[in-house]
Design a protein around this ligand. Structure first.
Ligand SMILES: *Cc1c(COP(=O)(O)O)cnc(C)c1O
Length: 358
């Protein structure tokens, strides 16, 4: 039996989206490929509220995270981490020989604009990396306020991991001042895993031009230059099936559901899960910074999370245990992509039934 996924990626994918992946191939050097990729970029600009160029990458989101920190740091990167994915970004820097420092907060807490201001005021950094929505703790950082601080430092390139939030909550890339905003296909965009996308500002481009060793496959500047020269075609063979599905899904998001409706639906689902969590358990993150796309629940009843998931599995559902050190201390329910309130209610009533809650 297929288990409906309520895990923070990969998410449940609509059957009509899945079908698009099975369409016959086209050559990646054809005019149709250029048109497809150009249309995707134009539509993604709307999702991100940006005029920046869009880059597509046949990797998961981590590929573009690695590419961004390596391509855009000339001096030293400041990574602000509120959990597992912030740490990952720091490791990417270090393993690529990019000078970097990590600034961490306690699990469940958010990065504050003051923290960022304090570190940037030292003048040591020319890049700042922030996780917007930390999928391990369920914290959504105050990215707009952080962006206001970063604007005070014109030499600093601002790169943001919005892997688990983009297309599920509003992120106004140009207003906030984000230079590289990254997401993956398998989260709130509602596609199968295997494709990543990012915005790439002029400032990011100018910075990358000053970085000598940007790698090869994930060099964001070379992707940028190639698509300018070759009418949106990419240097190596991209996942055309993902592009078909993304093209179709973007049309659905923008023209059928509507962006604002999509963001509201995510918030409504989040409210339902938060209320349930507060009634029967506790919320793990600081309540001022709750994620709209997933909820990390504190396991205050000391339930056996794996046993719960096993029972849920028999009924055709799957949720996530806590991430890393938070395993069994928390569990996570994702409410992203094309999941509906009714799906959430169905899941929660099954959990109540299994645990004997009322
Ligand atoms: C899932 C996730 C990632 C990793 O993305 P992949 O597509 O698996 O490489 C990075 N950051 C956050 C916040 C995520 O949720």
């Amino acid at each position: 039996m297929h288990k409906k996924l309520f895990i923070p990626g990969p998410v449940e994918v609509r059957p009509d989206v899945l079908e698009k992946m099975a369409k016959p191939m086209i050559g990646h050097r054809s005019k149709e490929a250029s048109e497809l990729q150009r249309r995707i970029s134009d539509n993604l600009r709307k999702v991100f509220f940006t005029e920046s160029e869009i880059l597509l990458s046949t990797t998961s989101g981590s590929g573009l995270m690695e590419g961004a920190i390596r391509s855009c740091t000339a001096k030293r990167a400041a990574v602000f981490s509120v959990g597992a994915f912030g740490k990952r970004w720091y490791e990417m820097a270090i393993f690529n020989n990019v000078a970097a420092d990590i600034f961490e907060v306690e699990m469940g807490k958010a990065v504050t604009p003051e923290m960022v201001d304090k570190e940037l005021s030292t003048g040591k950094y020319d890049l700042v990396a922030v996780t917007h929505n930390e999928t391990s703790t369920g914290v959504m950082n105050p990215i707009k306020e952080i962006g206001e601080v970063v604007k005070k430092y014109p030499e600093v390139v601002f790169i943001v991991d919005t892997v688990s939030s983009a297309a599920g909550t509003k992120i106004e890339v140009d207003n906030i001042g984000i230079d590289v905003c990254i997401t993956s296909s398998q989260k709130a965009l509602g596609l199968p895993p295997g494709l990543a996308v990012c915005t790439f500002s002029n400032k990011a481009k100018e910075r990358a031009e000053k970085v000598p060793n940007r790698g090869f496959y994930l060099d964001l500047l070379s992707l940028y230059k190639y698509i300018q020269k070759k009418d949106y075609q990419y240097p190596s063979t991209p996942s055309i099936p993902h592009m078909y599905a993304l093209d179709y899904q973007l049309n659905y998001i923008l023209n059928e559901e509507g962006l604002e409706n999509r963001f509201n639906r995510h918030l409504e689902m989040a409210k339902v899960v938060r209320e349930w969590a507060k009634k029967y358990f506790e919320l793990f993150p600081d309540e001022n910074y709750l994620s709209n796309t997933l909820t990390t629940v504190k396991n205050s009843r000391g339930i056996d999370v794996s046993a719960l998931n096993k029972e849920l599995g028999k009924r055709g559902f799957q949720i996530s245990n806590g991430y890393g050190s938070l395993k069994d201390k928390t569990f996570r329910i994702a409410h992203m992509a094309d999941c509906k309130i009714e799906d959430i209610n169905e899941l929660l009533s099954n959990i109540n039934d299994i645990l004997g809650l009322e």
